[in-house]
Ligand binder design. Structure first.
Ligand SMILES: O=C(O)C1=C[C@@H](OP(=O)(O)O)[C@@H](O)[C@H](O)C1
Ligand SMILES: C=C(OP(=O)(O)O)C(=O)O
Length: 427
């Protein structure tokens, strides 16, 4: 896929539904009682993996262009699948579903692609075992494929060592089935879509600062869910709008949950001209339109509590830093090493290839803004966020970039390249 440089970008667009909220809408509606309807669901490969798992667990899920309709089977109505479940490339699927499967009275196996099999599962295995589940790696300790033999669970108090919404969610979901109170303490605040959606469906969840307290309930209530646009997908166009030679991009209906808006805070700190227009609430989540214009950026420090609020946006923020005046230091981001690829190594290696001045550190990277990239041939590491971040770099480069395996963007943003090409075709 060739991404050619573009000078003038004027566009109004919408991004697909939020991936985190789409996954949760399928999972929680499946174990709710009654019929749920989900609008603006993300038809990306990761979320389709979640649908596939719940269909194999006996849930009736109907997909049309307008909405997804789910006949919830209740907390204890899932059926033992006749085959191993497959989470594809999706960490959210395998980790959250493990919490639900821990509370079932059947055994089940789940795996995913080569990337999923490399990613750490000990972070969910340990607390779920402590709650009473029998869960283990089938071939390798703490790695997928996993065997989960659900059963009688007990509430625990758990201190999560890393800020992870996937771990926090898996424990909360198991807590729905546990006897007694489950409480979870995080080191920093991670995304809270599970807490919001479960509460809306009638779960007994209380938030006390960085602690989530969860009590078992008889049932969850089916709901109509409207999924906002994904801020992690919008981030590519925010950075493009800011670094373009002559840019103005309006991104409509984007989720603005404060646990996800670190990218806006950092772009503003870098000096970006960003306006939020028409803020409103949708299915318990904050939503708004984002207007971003060409800006003169400066280097910043990114670290500490903001990192979980922008963890998936760091690859594209590294691209923004290449076009800033001065140095950007990204630290406390070691979690990036255990995503779909090692995203620190991937961004440092590939940005260097196309003219970036960037160095890897133990927990992040240091970027000297040179306001220029020459372009060239780059690798995506089969990682959707790396492919999209580098495509944005390509649009602002001197000669453009050629990206291998561009179809990996279908994981979270099908039609990403159609939008990019439409933007640049009428230049
Ligand atoms: O809960 C979620 O939906 C997600 C949580 C984050 O992962 P961690 O929980 O591993 O930080 C994030 O990187 C991922 O894209 C989606
Ligand atoms: C890390 C990501 O997702 P997951 O953990 O669900 O694979 C992502 O989408 O950037």
């Amino acid at each position: 896929m060739f991404i050619r440089p573009a000078k003038r970008i004027r566009e109004a667009l919408s991004v697909p539904g939020d991936k985190s909220i789409s996954h949760r809408s399928i999972m929680f509606s499946s174990i709710a009682t009654g019929e749920s309807k989900i609008y603006n669901f993300l038809m990306g490969e990761d979320c389709l993996s979640t649908i596939d798992c719940f269909q194999k667990l006996g849930v009736n899920i109907d997909i049309t262009e307008q909405c997804i309709t789910i006949q919830g089977v209740g907390l204890r109505g899932l059926k033992k699948p006749s085959e191993r479940l497959y989470a594809g490339n999706s960490g959210t699927t395998i980790r959250l579903i493990s919490g639900i499967l821990s509370g079932q009275n059947f055994d089940c196996e789940i795996t995913g692609d080569a990337s999923i099999q490399r990613r750490p599962m000990g972070r969910i295995v340990e607390p779920l075992r402590e709650m009473g589940a029998n869960i283990c790696g089938i071939e390798k300790e703490n790695h997928a494929p996993l065997m989960i033999s659900g059963g009688k669970l007990r509430g625990i108090h758990y201190n999560i060592p890393v800020a992870s919404a996937q771990v926090k969610s898996a424990i909360q979901l198991a807590g729905l089935y546990a006897e007694g109170i489950t409480s979870i303490q995080e080191p920093q605040k991670s995304r809270n879509h599970t807490e919001i959606m479960l509460k809306n469906m009638g779960a007994d969840i209380e938030i006390q600062g960085l602690k989530v307290i969860c009590k078992p309930v008889e049932k969850l209530f089916a709901r109509e869910i409207h999924v906002p646009g994904d801020i992690s997908s919008a981030a590519f166009f925010m950075v493009l709008g800011a670094i373009a030679k002559d840019g103005e991009i309006l991104i409509k209906d984007v989720g603005l949950n404060p646990t996800r808006t670190g990218v806006i805070d950092i772009l503003r700190k870098m000096g970006a001209d960003i306006k939020i227009i028409y803020e409103r609430s949708l299915s318990g989540e904050l939503v708004g339109d984002i207007l971003i214009k060409t800006s003169s950026l400066r280097g910043v420090e990114i670290g500490g509590e903001i990192v979980p609020r922008l963890i998936d946006e760091i690859p594209v923020l590294a691209v923004a830093a290449c076009f800033a005046e001065g140095t950007t230091v990204i630290r406390d981001a070691q979690e990036l090493k255990v995503k779909e690829s090692n995203r620190i190594k991937a961004m440092v290696t590939e940005l260097k290839k196309i003219g970036g001045d960037i160095d890897e550190t133990a927990d992040g990277m240091i970027i000297q803004g040179r306001k220029k990239l020459h372009g060239g041939q780059i690798e995506s590491y089969h990682d959707h966020r790396i492919a999209m971040a580098l495509a944005i770099a390509g649009l602002r480069s001197e000669e453009g970039v050629i990206i291998d395996n561009p179809s990996c963007v279908d994981i979270s943003f099908p039609h990403f390249f159609d939008i990019l090409h439409k933007m640049t075709d009428h230049e």
